[in-house]
Structures are given as structure tokens and as C-alpha cells.
Design a protein around this ligand. Structure first.
Ligand SMILES: Cc1ncc(COP(=O)(O)O)c(C=O)c1O
Length: 393
């Protein structure tokens, strides 16, 4: 059975071009880039090139890029650095809908005496900018707001939010793990001080990420050890991963237009097709300000997990809520923060596409999913009650 992979916000396939670029770094160019010999030096030169490729995608400078092991490490490094370099400041501003890489870290810090202000969102997942403006305190150490939400794809106005933080002298970090490679980013022209990204969300392998730190920012390392990354992140570099991340960034830059035209059109076709074919179905998230690849739909009176299992029988991969939170029966914290009604939140499915998806795949999903929902609703006592109530009205 063919796999139809619509779970690209969870992870992506390593691009064949990336795989080709990294393979020699396992067995041919396996030297340590810190070694004095020219064998290691060759690898160091390739890392420099990868740094240039990442910086180019972000509109940043090479010395502003620190390679890490993942998005979570980048997020943790950014927040912990802001706290370590300003130890008289004990307040953090964030949002209610962050990924656990920020959300759980902030809860952990709240347990250690830091004050955390979580800015709410409206029913469409948009950040409450009025509440944001009121959130700053004299001891705010950092603002950390995601650029694109992993569950709904909703984009936060991070550039505007960064300007407001800068006016008050507060460092601004954005978790751009879902945004990088999907929307244009020009850090040089923004007031963003730190930005996190992760390789496996943009067709590089798992186990590599990067943190952008604006030149001149105060910085305190999270991983303390050797002098790698100019003393900002100890540990021998994941050279194949970094080479892969560089190549993936170069590819993403070239494919940005396709992502925002063909992939977006496929996403819209899937979304509009399901909304038209399935009664009591709704879109979660601001329709006008979203990533081009993401669609979060709620199917009322069915369980998301049941939909996933039945889609799985047809080889269709998607997600209910975020992959990191699935397994719990609670609806996702993102949908709860948006006030999505309980009966809708439980039946939410996130479809996330990539450049590797095709028209045929979307046509197949449009044929199968309405049938799956109908079948599940026939088993749902809530749906039967709803139908009776509608018939009586
Ligand atoms: C918005 C966001 N931030 C951070 C992460 C964590 O990235 P990683 O899996 O590379 O640690 C993810 C992964 O799902 C994410 O979607």
C-alpha cells in the first residue's frame, strides 16, 4: 500500500538531494572539523558553506548562526541565555499556544520562581496584541513567541511584536521551527534577536537544528564544553546533519515559490473539498494568515484518534492535535486556547503537506475521508442525538 504522507509538520522526508550531499560525510569525509590536519580542515570548510546556506535562507550573517541538535535545544538555549545574561530580570512573555519546547520550559521556569505571562489568542488563533502590549514589565527578560503554530499553521505578527519589545529594550526570540522554509524571512531587516529552526521540518535529517543570535546580542551557552561554534555550543559537530541542513536550506529557498503556489493550491483543494463534502466540519485557524501547507479541520462528534486509525488503513498519515501531545485524551492546548467547542476539538485533524505531495494523493484523500467520517458517525451516539434534534427542529 502506498503511503500518503500528510504529516509534514511532525517531520519531513529527507530530500534525495540532501541525502546525496550528506552521505560522504559518514564514511569518506568523516574527519573532525576541529582537527589540525587538512582531512579535518576539508570538513570545516564544508561546515562554513552550510552556515552560509542557512544564513542566506534567513537573511542573516554567517557568524549569527549556531548549529544545535534540534528545535528544542535552540528554543531552550535562547530562553536560558536571556535569563543567564540578565539575572536581575525574572519575567518571561510568551503565548498560550507555544510548542512544548517553549511551553514546558516556561512551566519549569515558573516552578523555579520566574513569572511567566502567556498572551491569549482569539477564536482564530490570532495573538491578542492589546494584551501583548500590556504584558511588559520592568524586569521582562525575554519575549518568546512562535512564528507559525505547529497545529494550525497560524502566523503571529512576530516582526511587529519584535519592534515593540525592542522599543523597551527587551530581547525577542521566535520559535520559527514551522515557519523556516515555508515563508520568506529577512532577519537583517527585523528586530528579532534570536530565532530557532529545526532540520527535520524542512527535509534535512533529524538531530540537527540552528539558533540565530543577532550580532552584538549578549549570549550565554547552554551546552558548555569545547570551543566549537566559537564557544557558543560545546560538542563535536554533527557534520552530516549540518551539511544536510545547509543543503535543505538552499533547496527551501529555491522551492519557496512552489510551496506558496502549488503546495498551497493542493492544501486549499483538500480543505475546500472536505469542508464541502462533510457536514459539521470546520476549519481551525485564521484562514487568511496561515502557513501554505497546513490545514486543521474539526469533524464534529467523532474522535480524532479514530479518524487517524481509519485513515491509517488507507495509508493516509496525518495528526490529531500535535504529535507530541497525542496519546493524551485532552484536546490540544492550542485548540482549547482558541475556545474550539469540546465536540469539535476532539475530532480535530491536522493535515500538513509538502512539495512531495501530488494531485492524485489529494484526490484519494478526498475520496476516502468523507466515507471514514460517515462510517464513524454512524457509530457515534452523539451524532445520532444531534441528527434527531435537527430533525425535530
Ligand atoms: C513549533 C515547534 N517548535 C519546536 C519544535 C521542536 O523541534 P525538534 O523536534 O527539532 O526538537 C517543534 C516540533 O514539532 C515545533 O513544531
Amino acid at each position: 500500500m502506498k503511503t500518503i504522507y500528510l504529516d509534514n509538520n511532525a517531520t519531513t522526508k529527507t530530500a534525495p538531494e540532501v541525502l546525496e550531499a550528506i552521505t560522504p560525510y559518514f564514511h569518506e569525509w568523516y574527519g573532525n572539523p576541529s582537527s589540525a590536519h587538512s582531512f579535518g580542515g576539508q570538513v570545516a570548510r564544508r561546515l562554513k558553506e552550510a552556515r552560509e546556506q542557512v544564513a542566506a535562507l534567513l537573511g542573516a550573517e554567517t557568524e549569527e548562526i549556531i548549529f544545535t541538535s534540534c528545535g528544542t535545544e535552540s528554543d531552550n538555549t535562547a530562553v536560558m541565555s536571556a535569563l543567564a545574561t540578565q539575572n536581575d530580570r525574572r519575567h518571561i512573555v510568551t503565548s498560550r499556544v507555544e510548542h512544548p519546547a517553549i511551553k514546558a520550559l516556561c512551566s519549569h521556569l515558573a516552578g523555579r520562581g520566574y513569572r511567566v505571562t502567556e498572551i491569549p489568542v482569539d477564536g482564530d488563533g490570532r495573538l491578542d496584541m492589546e494584551r501583548y502590549q500590556q504584558s511588559f514589565a520592568p524586569d521582562t527578560a525575554i519575549v518568546t513567541l512562535m512564528w507559525a503554530n505547529n497545529e494550525t499553521g497560524v502566523l503571529f505578527p512576530v516582526e511587529e511584536a519584535a519592534n515593540m519589545a525592542r522599543e523597551r529594550g527587551i530581547p525577542f526570540h521566535t520559535d520559527a521551527v514551522q515557519a523556516v522554509g515555508k515563508i520568506p524571512i529577512r532577519l537583517k531587516e527585523s528586530a528579532i534577536d534570536m530565532l530557532s529552526l529545526s532540520g527535520h521540518k524542512l527535509h534535512a535529517p533529524k538531530g540537527v537544528g540552528a539558533l540565530y543570535v543577532r550580532k552584538g546580542s549578549k549570549f550565554s551557552p547552554f551546552m558548555i564544553g569545547g570551543h566549537q561554534e566559537r564557544g557558543r555550543r560545546g560538542g563535536t559537530e554533527n557534520t552530516p546533519g549540518i551539511v544536510g541542513l545547509g543543503k535543505a536550506c538552499e533547496l527551501a529557498g529555491r522551492r519557496m515559490k512552489e510551496e506558496n503556489t502549488r503546495v498551497k493550491a493542493l492544501r486549499d483543494k483538500l480543505e475546500n473539498g472536505l469542508l464541502a463534502a462533510v457536514p459539521n466540519c470546520r476549519l481551525n485557524g485564521d484562514p487568511s494568515n496561515r502557513l501554505p501547507n497546513t490545514s486543521n479541520l474539526s469533524f464534529e462528534f467523532v474522535e480524532g484518534e479514530a479518524i487517524l486509525l481509519m485513515m491509517d488503513e488507507f495509508g493516509i498519515c496525518a495528526s490529531s492535535g500535535s504529535a507530541c501531545t497525542s496519546g493524551s485524551l485532552q484536546p490540544s492546548h492550542v485548540l482549547r486556547a482558541m475556545g474550539v467547542p469540546f465536540t469539535m476539538a476532539h475530532g480535530s485533524i491536522r493535515f500538513s503537506l509538502s512539495v512531495y505531495n501530488t494531485e492524485e494523493e489529494i484526490a484519494f484523500v478526498l475520496e476516502k475521508v468523507p466515507f471514514i467520517i460517515e462510517k464513524l458517525r454512524r457509530l457515534s451516539p452523539y451524532w445520532k442525538t444531534e441528527k434527531r434534534a435537527n430533525a425535530a427542529a
